[in-house]
Write a protein that binds this ligand. Structure first.
Ligand code: PMV
Length: 351
Protein backbone atom coordinates (compact mmCIF):
# COMPACT_ATOMS: atom_id res chain seq x y z
CA UNK A 1 0.00 0.00 0.00
CA UNK A 2 1.02 3.61 -0.56
CA UNK A 3 2.66 4.88 2.64
CA UNK A 4 3.16 8.49 1.48
CA UNK A 5 2.61 11.04 4.25
CA UNK A 6 0.81 14.15 2.97
CA UNK A 7 1.25 17.16 5.22
CA UNK A 8 0.54 20.90 5.57
CA UNK A 9 1.08 23.45 8.35
CA UNK A 10 -0.43 26.79 9.25
CA UNK A 11 -0.93 29.21 12.11
CA UNK A 12 -4.04 31.05 13.25
CA UNK A 13 -4.35 34.09 15.52
CA UNK A 14 -6.49 34.77 18.57
CA UNK A 15 -9.34 37.25 18.26
CA UNK A 16 -10.98 39.18 21.09
CA UNK A 17 -14.56 40.31 20.52
CA UNK A 18 -15.54 43.93 21.10
CA UNK A 19 -19.20 43.08 20.43
CA UNK A 20 -19.66 39.64 21.98
CA UNK A 21 -21.19 36.45 20.68
CA UNK A 22 -23.29 34.92 23.45
CA UNK A 23 -26.20 32.64 22.58
CA UNK A 24 -26.91 29.98 19.97
CA UNK A 25 -30.11 29.81 17.95
CA UNK A 26 -28.94 26.43 16.63
CA UNK A 27 -26.46 24.71 18.97
CA UNK A 28 -25.71 21.94 16.47
CA UNK A 29 -24.40 24.25 13.77
CA UNK A 30 -23.26 27.02 16.15
CA UNK A 31 -25.64 29.54 14.62
CA UNK A 32 -25.65 32.60 16.90
CA UNK A 33 -28.50 34.69 18.26
CA UNK A 34 -26.57 37.87 17.39
CA UNK A 35 -23.77 39.15 15.17
CA UNK A 36 -20.39 40.04 16.68
CA UNK A 37 -17.18 41.96 15.91
CA UNK A 38 -13.62 41.21 16.99
CA UNK A 39 -10.07 42.45 16.72
CA UNK A 40 -7.46 39.89 15.66
CA UNK A 41 -4.34 39.93 17.83
CA UNK A 42 -0.79 39.50 16.59
CA UNK A 43 0.43 35.94 16.18
CA UNK A 44 3.79 36.99 17.57
CA UNK A 45 2.13 36.90 20.99
CA UNK A 46 -0.84 34.56 20.68
CA UNK A 47 -1.33 31.89 18.08
CA UNK A 48 -1.97 28.22 17.40
CA UNK A 49 0.41 26.39 15.09
CA UNK A 50 -1.11 23.30 13.49
CA UNK A 51 0.17 20.58 11.21
CA UNK A 52 -2.34 18.33 9.47
CA UNK A 53 -1.14 15.08 7.94
CA UNK A 54 -2.81 12.07 6.39
CA UNK A 55 -1.50 8.72 5.26
CA UNK A 56 -2.62 5.15 4.66
CA UNK A 57 0.21 4.19 7.01
CA UNK A 58 -1.42 5.93 10.02
CA UNK A 59 -3.61 4.10 12.55
CA UNK A 60 -7.22 4.06 11.27
CA UNK A 61 -8.60 6.62 13.75
CA UNK A 62 -8.16 10.38 13.25
CA UNK A 63 -5.99 11.86 16.02
CA UNK A 64 -5.34 15.30 17.47
CA UNK A 65 -2.60 16.34 19.88
CA UNK A 66 -2.59 19.76 21.56
CA UNK A 67 0.62 20.85 23.30
CA UNK A 68 1.73 17.20 23.22
CA UNK A 69 -1.34 15.74 24.93
CA UNK A 70 -3.85 13.60 23.02
CA UNK A 71 -7.31 15.20 22.60
CA UNK A 72 -10.70 13.61 22.13
CA UNK A 73 -11.79 14.07 18.51
CA UNK A 74 -15.09 12.22 18.85
CA UNK A 75 -16.98 15.39 19.84
CA UNK A 76 -19.62 16.65 17.41
CA UNK A 77 -17.75 19.93 16.75
CA UNK A 78 -14.46 18.39 15.68
CA UNK A 79 -16.32 15.71 13.73
CA UNK A 80 -18.32 18.38 11.87
CA UNK A 81 -15.08 20.11 10.78
CA UNK A 82 -13.50 16.83 9.61
CA UNK A 83 -16.68 15.80 7.78
CA UNK A 84 -17.15 19.11 5.93
CA UNK A 85 -13.51 19.32 4.86
CA UNK A 86 -13.50 15.69 3.70
CA UNK A 87 -16.69 16.33 1.70
CA UNK A 88 -15.06 19.28 -0.08
CA UNK A 89 -11.93 17.24 -0.82
CA UNK A 90 -13.99 14.31 -1.99
CA UNK A 91 -15.82 16.56 -4.49
CA UNK A 92 -12.45 17.76 -5.85
CA UNK A 93 -11.26 14.12 -6.15
CA UNK A 94 -14.45 13.13 -7.96
CA UNK A 95 -13.85 15.88 -10.52
CA UNK A 96 -10.20 14.93 -11.07
CA UNK A 97 -9.42 11.23 -10.85
CA UNK A 98 -5.67 11.82 -11.07
CA UNK A 99 -5.66 13.27 -7.54
CA UNK A 100 -4.73 11.07 -4.54
CA UNK A 101 -7.79 10.05 -2.48
CA UNK A 102 -6.78 11.95 0.64
CA UNK A 103 -10.38 12.24 1.82
CA UNK A 104 -10.39 8.54 2.70
CA UNK A 105 -7.15 8.58 4.73
CA UNK A 106 -6.87 8.94 8.53
CA UNK A 107 -5.87 12.41 9.73
CA UNK A 108 -3.14 13.19 12.24
CA UNK A 109 -3.34 16.73 13.61
CA UNK A 110 -0.66 18.25 15.84
CA UNK A 111 -1.31 21.66 17.42
CA UNK A 112 0.64 23.96 19.69
CA UNK A 113 -0.41 27.16 21.44
CA UNK A 114 2.21 29.73 22.43
CA UNK A 115 -0.02 30.82 25.38
CA UNK A 116 -1.93 29.07 28.21
CA UNK A 117 -4.82 26.96 26.87
CA UNK A 118 -8.40 27.38 28.12
CA UNK A 119 -7.62 30.34 30.37
CA UNK A 120 -10.40 32.32 28.75
CA UNK A 121 -7.88 33.52 26.18
CA UNK A 122 -9.93 32.47 23.18
CA UNK A 123 -7.76 29.43 22.61
CA UNK A 124 -10.63 27.56 20.95
CA UNK A 125 -10.92 30.33 18.35
CA UNK A 126 -7.29 30.08 17.23
CA UNK A 127 -7.41 26.29 17.65
CA UNK A 128 -10.33 25.56 15.34
CA UNK A 129 -9.29 28.24 12.83
CA UNK A 130 -5.83 26.64 12.57
CA UNK A 131 -7.28 23.13 12.39
CA UNK A 132 -9.64 24.03 9.54
CA UNK A 133 -7.03 25.99 7.60
CA UNK A 134 -4.37 23.28 8.02
CA UNK A 135 -6.67 20.56 6.67
CA UNK A 136 -7.89 22.87 3.87
CA UNK A 137 -4.23 23.40 2.92
CA UNK A 138 -3.51 19.67 3.15
CA UNK A 139 -6.49 18.97 0.85
CA UNK A 140 -5.53 21.90 -1.42
CA UNK A 141 -9.06 23.27 -1.23
CA UNK A 142 -9.62 26.50 -3.14
CA UNK A 143 -11.60 28.07 -0.30
CA UNK A 144 -11.75 31.74 0.69
CA UNK A 145 -11.48 32.74 4.38
CA UNK A 146 -15.23 33.41 4.39
CA UNK A 147 -15.92 29.90 3.02
CA UNK A 148 -13.62 28.35 5.62
CA UNK A 149 -15.24 30.48 8.33
CA UNK A 150 -18.46 28.46 7.89
CA UNK A 151 -16.58 25.30 8.78
CA UNK A 152 -14.51 26.81 11.61
CA UNK A 153 -17.76 28.20 13.08
CA UNK A 154 -18.98 24.65 13.60
CA UNK A 155 -15.87 23.89 15.66
CA UNK A 156 -16.21 26.94 17.88
CA UNK A 157 -18.36 29.95 17.05
CA UNK A 158 -15.67 32.56 17.69
CA UNK A 159 -13.19 30.57 15.54
CA UNK A 160 -14.86 31.82 12.36
CA UNK A 161 -13.49 35.29 13.09
CA UNK A 162 -9.86 34.04 13.34
CA UNK A 163 -9.68 33.34 9.59
CA UNK A 164 -9.09 37.06 9.02
CA UNK A 165 -6.65 39.62 10.38
CA UNK A 166 -7.65 43.11 11.44
CA UNK A 167 -11.28 43.95 12.30
CA UNK A 168 -13.73 41.14 11.64
CA UNK A 169 -17.51 40.78 11.79
CA UNK A 170 -19.38 37.51 12.15
CA UNK A 171 -22.73 38.08 10.48
CA UNK A 172 -25.32 35.99 12.28
CA UNK A 173 -27.20 35.27 9.04
CA UNK A 174 -30.86 34.27 8.79
CA UNK A 175 -30.80 30.93 6.96
CA UNK A 176 -31.40 27.67 8.76
CA UNK A 177 -28.57 25.87 6.96
CA UNK A 178 -25.94 28.35 8.23
CA UNK A 179 -24.78 29.24 4.73
CA UNK A 180 -24.96 32.98 5.51
CA UNK A 181 -23.54 32.80 9.05
CA UNK A 182 -19.99 33.79 8.07
CA UNK A 183 -17.07 36.01 8.97
CA UNK A 184 -16.22 39.05 6.84
CA UNK A 185 -13.52 41.69 7.05
CA UNK A 186 -14.63 45.08 8.39
CA UNK A 187 -11.18 46.64 7.90
CA UNK A 188 -7.63 45.31 7.60
CA UNK A 189 -5.15 45.89 10.45
CA UNK A 190 -3.37 48.52 8.32
CA UNK A 191 -6.50 50.69 8.42
CA UNK A 192 -5.91 51.49 12.11
CA UNK A 193 -2.24 50.76 12.77
CA UNK A 194 -2.07 52.44 16.18
CA UNK A 195 -4.50 50.03 17.87
CA UNK A 196 -2.94 47.97 20.68
CA UNK A 197 -4.09 45.45 23.27
CA UNK A 198 -2.80 44.38 26.65
CA UNK A 199 -3.76 41.13 28.32
CA UNK A 200 -4.08 40.91 32.06
CA UNK A 201 -3.94 37.24 33.01
CA UNK A 202 -5.85 37.48 36.27
CA UNK A 203 -6.03 33.71 36.51
CA UNK A 204 -4.59 31.04 34.23
CA UNK A 205 -6.88 28.37 35.67
CA UNK A 206 -9.36 26.61 33.43
CA UNK A 207 -12.63 28.53 33.37
CA UNK A 208 -15.58 27.50 35.54
CA UNK A 209 -18.53 27.41 33.15
CA UNK A 210 -17.75 26.58 29.50
CA UNK A 211 -19.04 29.06 26.94
CA UNK A 212 -21.28 26.42 25.34
CA UNK A 213 -23.14 25.47 28.50
CA UNK A 214 -23.09 29.05 29.80
CA UNK A 215 -24.76 30.32 26.63
CA UNK A 216 -27.39 27.66 26.70
CA UNK A 217 -28.44 28.44 30.28
CA UNK A 218 -28.43 32.18 29.56
CA UNK A 219 -30.66 31.76 26.50
CA UNK A 220 -33.02 29.52 28.48
CA UNK A 221 -33.31 31.57 31.67
CA UNK A 222 -32.19 35.22 31.34
CA UNK A 223 -34.91 37.77 30.77
CA UNK A 224 -32.32 40.44 29.96
CA UNK A 225 -30.98 38.27 27.16
CA UNK A 226 -33.75 38.99 24.65
CA UNK A 227 -33.19 42.73 25.04
CA UNK A 228 -29.45 42.25 24.50
CA UNK A 229 -29.83 40.09 21.39
CA UNK A 230 -32.60 42.07 19.76
CA UNK A 231 -31.88 45.68 20.74
CA UNK A 232 -28.48 46.20 22.38
CA UNK A 233 -26.27 44.20 20.03
CA UNK A 234 -27.75 45.48 16.74
CA UNK A 235 -27.11 49.02 18.02
CA UNK A 236 -23.57 48.11 19.15
CA UNK A 237 -22.82 46.46 15.80
CA UNK A 238 -23.73 49.61 13.92
CA UNK A 239 -21.85 51.94 16.27
CA UNK A 240 -18.79 49.66 16.31
CA UNK A 241 -18.52 49.37 12.52
CA UNK A 242 -18.74 53.15 12.27
CA UNK A 243 -16.15 53.64 15.04
CA UNK A 244 -13.72 51.27 13.31
CA UNK A 245 -14.22 52.76 9.85
CA UNK A 246 -13.73 56.31 11.17
CA UNK A 247 -10.98 55.31 13.65
CA UNK A 248 -12.94 56.95 16.45
CA UNK A 249 -11.24 55.48 19.55
CA UNK A 250 -13.60 57.02 22.10
CA UNK A 251 -16.60 55.49 20.39
CA UNK A 252 -14.78 52.17 19.84
CA UNK A 253 -13.85 52.08 23.53
CA UNK A 254 -17.27 53.09 24.82
CA UNK A 255 -19.07 50.41 22.81
CA UNK A 256 -16.41 47.81 23.76
CA UNK A 257 -16.88 48.45 27.49
CA UNK A 258 -20.67 48.73 27.31
CA UNK A 259 -20.92 45.53 25.32
CA UNK A 260 -18.70 43.62 27.76
CA UNK A 261 -20.82 44.96 30.64
CA UNK A 262 -24.04 44.00 28.84
CA UNK A 263 -22.78 40.46 28.18
CA UNK A 264 -21.71 39.97 31.83
CA UNK A 265 -25.05 41.42 32.97
CA UNK A 266 -26.89 38.68 31.06
CA UNK A 267 -24.54 36.17 32.72
CA UNK A 268 -25.47 37.56 36.15
CA UNK A 269 -29.13 37.42 35.06
CA UNK A 270 -28.76 33.74 34.15
CA UNK A 271 -30.40 31.37 36.63
CA UNK A 272 -28.40 30.12 38.44
CA UNK A 273 -26.14 33.12 37.84
CA UNK A 274 -22.78 32.89 36.08
CA UNK A 275 -19.94 35.09 37.38
CA UNK A 276 -16.88 35.25 35.17
CA UNK A 277 -15.36 38.39 36.71
CA UNK A 278 -13.53 38.16 40.03
CA UNK A 279 -12.33 40.91 42.39
CA UNK A 280 -9.13 41.47 40.42
CA UNK A 281 -11.15 41.80 37.18
CA UNK A 282 -13.30 44.43 38.89
CA UNK A 283 -10.19 46.23 40.15
CA UNK A 284 -8.95 46.35 36.55
CA UNK A 285 -12.22 47.99 35.48
CA UNK A 286 -11.73 50.66 38.16
CA UNK A 287 -8.14 51.30 37.03
CA UNK A 288 -9.30 51.79 33.43
CA UNK A 289 -11.98 54.20 34.66
CA UNK A 290 -9.31 56.16 36.60
CA UNK A 291 -7.01 56.26 33.57
CA UNK A 292 -9.82 57.70 31.45
CA UNK A 293 -10.89 60.18 34.12
CA UNK A 294 -7.30 61.47 34.53
CA UNK A 295 -6.86 61.74 30.75
CA UNK A 296 -10.07 63.73 30.44
CA UNK A 297 -11.12 61.47 27.57
CA UNK A 298 -11.45 57.78 26.88
CA UNK A 299 -8.05 56.34 26.03
CA UNK A 300 -8.46 52.75 27.30
CA UNK A 301 -11.20 50.11 27.06
CA UNK A 302 -11.58 46.86 29.01
CA UNK A 303 -13.34 43.76 27.82
CA UNK A 304 -13.80 40.28 29.35
CA UNK A 305 -14.77 36.98 27.72
CA UNK A 306 -15.99 33.89 29.58
CA UNK A 307 -13.32 34.24 32.25
CA UNK A 308 -11.67 36.75 34.62
CA UNK A 309 -8.82 37.87 32.34
CA UNK A 310 -8.96 41.43 31.03
CA UNK A 311 -8.08 42.59 27.56
CA UNK A 312 -7.37 46.32 27.46
CA UNK A 313 -7.49 48.14 24.11
CA UNK A 314 -5.68 51.47 23.67
CA UNK A 315 -3.77 53.47 21.06
CA UNK A 316 0.01 53.30 20.83
CA UNK A 317 0.58 56.91 21.92
CA UNK A 318 -0.99 56.05 25.27
CA UNK A 319 1.07 52.94 25.97
CA UNK A 320 3.05 54.50 28.82
CA UNK A 321 0.09 55.88 30.73
CA UNK A 322 -2.15 52.82 30.17
CA UNK A 323 0.42 50.08 30.76
CA UNK A 324 2.21 52.12 33.43
CA UNK A 325 -0.92 52.76 35.49
CA UNK A 326 -2.17 49.17 35.18
CA UNK A 327 1.24 47.84 36.15
CA UNK A 328 1.60 50.21 39.09
CA UNK A 329 -1.69 49.01 40.55
CA UNK A 330 -2.02 45.43 39.32
CA UNK A 331 1.61 44.61 38.43
CA UNK A 332 1.97 42.23 41.37
CA UNK A 333 -0.21 39.71 39.53
CA UNK A 334 1.55 36.53 38.41
CA UNK A 335 0.15 36.79 34.97
CA UNK A 336 0.96 40.38 34.26
CA UNK A 337 1.73 40.58 30.57
CA UNK A 338 2.82 44.16 30.10
CA UNK A 339 3.74 43.76 26.46
CA UNK A 340 1.66 45.64 23.97
CA UNK A 341 0.08 43.39 21.41
CA UNK A 342 -0.45 44.68 17.91
CA UNK A 343 -3.34 43.90 15.60
CA UNK A 344 -2.60 41.05 13.21
CA UNK A 345 -2.26 42.00 9.56
CA UNK A 346 -3.62 39.87 6.76
CA UNK A 347 -0.20 38.38 5.98
CA UNK A 348 -0.10 34.86 7.30
CA UNK A 349 -3.83 34.85 7.98
CA UNK A 350 -5.54 34.62 4.62
CA UNK A 351 -2.58 33.54 2.53
O1 PMV B 1 -16.36 30.41 20.58
P1 PMV B 1 -17.01 30.07 21.87
O2 PMV B 1 -18.10 29.08 21.72
O3 PMV B 1 -15.97 29.64 22.91
O4 PMV B 1 -17.67 31.40 22.48
C1 PMV B 1 -16.95 32.58 22.75
C2 PMV B 1 -17.76 33.54 23.54
C3 PMV B 1 -17.05 34.82 23.96
O5 PMV B 1 -15.65 34.66 23.92
C4 PMV B 1 -17.44 35.15 25.39
C5 PMV B 1 -17.47 36.00 23.09
C6 PMV B 1 -16.89 36.08 21.70
O6 PMV B 1 -17.57 36.65 20.84
O7 PMV B 1 -15.76 35.62 21.46
Amino acid sequence: ADSTIYQASTTAPVNIAVVKYWGKRDPKQNLPTNSSISVTLSQKDLRTHTTAACSASFPKEDTLRLNSSPQDVSGARTQACFRELRALRSAVEAADHSLPKLSTLPLRIVSENNFPTAAGLASSAAGFAALVRAIANLYELPSSPTELSKIARQGSGSACRSLFGGYVAWQMGSKNDGSDSVAVEVAPASHWPTMRALILVVSAEKKGVSSTSGMQITVATSKLFKQRAEVVVPEHMELMEKAILSKDFESFATVTMMDSNSFHATCADTFPPIFYLNDVSKAAIRVVEDINKKAGKIIAAYTFDAGPNAVIYFEEENLDVVAGTLKAILGELDGWQGNQIKVQGTEGVDD
